[in-house]
Ligand binder design. Structure first.
Ligand code: A2P
Length: 316
C-alpha cells in the first residue's frame, strides 16, 4: 500500500514519485513507461528539465495501452523563472508537451525572476526582482482556468511562504525543497506542517548525477555516508532505501530520479520493504550538517538582487 498525502479537497498524492530532473530525453520516455508498469503513480516534472515532451509520450502511450488511467496518475510540473509574467502560457506549453488537459500540481520553481526566454542568467541584466504575491495571483488563475488542480512553490523559505500565506485566495499546498539527512530543515518543515503545507523533498539521494559545474570536488556523498550504510546494514535495506524512507516516515513526499529498471523497482518498494526503528531514525537525525547540494549560488550573480542569503533567508 503506497502512503499518500490527502489534500483538503480529498485528492491524494502518493508520497513516492518519480523524479525526472537530469533524465536525458532519450532515456526518460522508457523510464517513465517502465515506472508506470511497475506501479508508479506520481511523476515530478518541470519545463526546465527539457524532457516534458518525452514524458508526455510515455504518459500518452501508457494511457492508450490501458496500463493506467489519467485520473490515477499524479503529475506535477513547475513554471520556469522566465515565465512569472506569463504563467498560464507557460503551463499551456507544458500541458501540450505532456499531452494533458491539466496537471495535478503546479509549482513556482524558484523565487527568482529571469527575463523571458532566459533559461540560466549570464549576468544581472537577465534577472528581475521576484514579486511573489504577483506571481502567486497568476498561479491562482491557472486553477480558475482548470489547468492545475493544486498549486504550490519550490525552494521557498518560511519568510517567502509567509508573505503568500498572509494574502492568498487559493492556498499554496506544497513546498518542494532540498531535504535529506545532511540538510534536514526542521524549522521549515515545522512551519509548513503548522500551515498545512506538504513538504516534498528533492535530492533525497544527494543528486550525484547533477552537472559537474555545480558539483564541487570532494563533496560528501550521501549514498556512501558511513552512518547511512550502517543503518542500512542494521535494517536490511540499501542506503537509497534508508534515505527515501527517512523522508516518507516523516510525512514528506520523495521523488527519487532513476532511469534504471532495477533501481526504479527498488525505490518503489521502499514504503513497504524498509522499516526504520527509533534507533535508526535517531542516527539519521544526528547527521544534519546543513549541506546543500543545490546551493543556489548560480543565482547570486554580481550586481543582481539575489544573494545566497536572500535566496534562502537564512541568518548566521
Ligand atoms: P540512475 O538514474 O542511474 O538510477 P536524486 O533523486 O537525489 O537526484 O538522485 C538521482 C541519482 O541517484 C541518479 O544518479 C540515480 O541514478 C541514482 N539512484 C536512483 N535510485 C538509486 C538507488 N536505489 N540506488 C543508488 N542510486 C540510485
Amino acid at each position: 500500500e503506497m502512503p499518500t498525502h490527502k489534500f483538503k479537497n480529498g485528492d491524494e498524492m502518493p508520497l513516492l514519485g518519480l523524479g525526472t530532473w537530469k533524465s536525458e530525453p532519450d532515456e526518460v520516455k522508457t523510464a517513465v513507461k517502465e515506472a508506470i508498469k511497475l506501479g508508479y503513480r506520481h511523476i515530478d516534472c518541470a519545463a526546465i528539465y527539457g524532457n516534458e515532451k518525452e514524458v508526455g509520450e510515455a504518459l500518452a502511450e501508457s494511457f492508450n495501452e490501458g496500463i493506467v488511467k489519467r485520473e490515477d496518475m499524479w503529475i506535477t510540473s513547475k513554471v520556469w523563472n522566465d515565465s512569472h509574467e506569463q504563467v498560464s502560457t507557460a503551463l499551456k506549453k507544458t500541458l501540450a508537451d505532456l499531452q494533458l488537459d491539466y496537471v495535478d500540481l503546479y509549482l513556482i520553481h524558484w523565487p527568482i525572476s529571469l527575463k523571458n526566454g532566459v533559461s540560466f542568467p549570464q549576468d544581472k541584466h537577465d534577472m528581475f526582482h521576484f514579486d511573489g504575491e504577483r506571481t502567486w495571483k497568476a498561479m491562482e488563475s491557472t486553477v480558475d482556468m482548470g489547468l492545475a488542480r493544486h498549486i504550490g512553490v519550490s525552494n521557498f523559505s518560511t519568510h517567502k511562504l509567509g508573505r503568500i500565506l498572509a494574502n492568498y485566495r487559493i492556498k499554496p499546498e506544497v513546498n518542494q525543497v532540498e531535504r535529506h539527512p545532511y540538510l534536514q530543515q526542521q524549522h521549515l518543515v515545522q512551519f509548513c506542517r503548522m500551515n498545512g503545507i506538504l513538504v516534498t523533498n528533492y535530492s533525497s539521494l544527494g543528486s550525484g548525477d547533477r552537472p559537474a559545474a555545480f558539483k564541487p570536488e570532494g563533496e560528501p556523498v550521501l549514498l556512501e555516508d558511513a552512518t547511512v550504510k550502517e543503518v542500512a546494514a542494521a535494517v536490511g535495506a540499501t542506503p537509497a532505501g534508508v534515505l527515501l524512507k527517512w523522508g516518507i516516515q516523516q510525512g514528506s513526499a520523495v521523488i527519487p530520479k532513476s532511469v534504471n529498471p532495477e533501481r526504479l523497482k527498488q525505490n518503489l518498494e521502499v514504503p513497504e520493504t524498509v522499516h526504520l526503528d527509533d534507533a535508526a531514525m535517531e542516527k539519521l537525525n544526528a547527521m544534519d550538517i546543513h549541506r546543500r547540494y543545490v546551493d543556489g549560488a548560480f543565482w547570486a550573480l554580481a550586481g543582481s538582487a539575489y544573494t545566497v542569503e536572500t535566496l534562502w533567508d537564512e541568518v548566521g
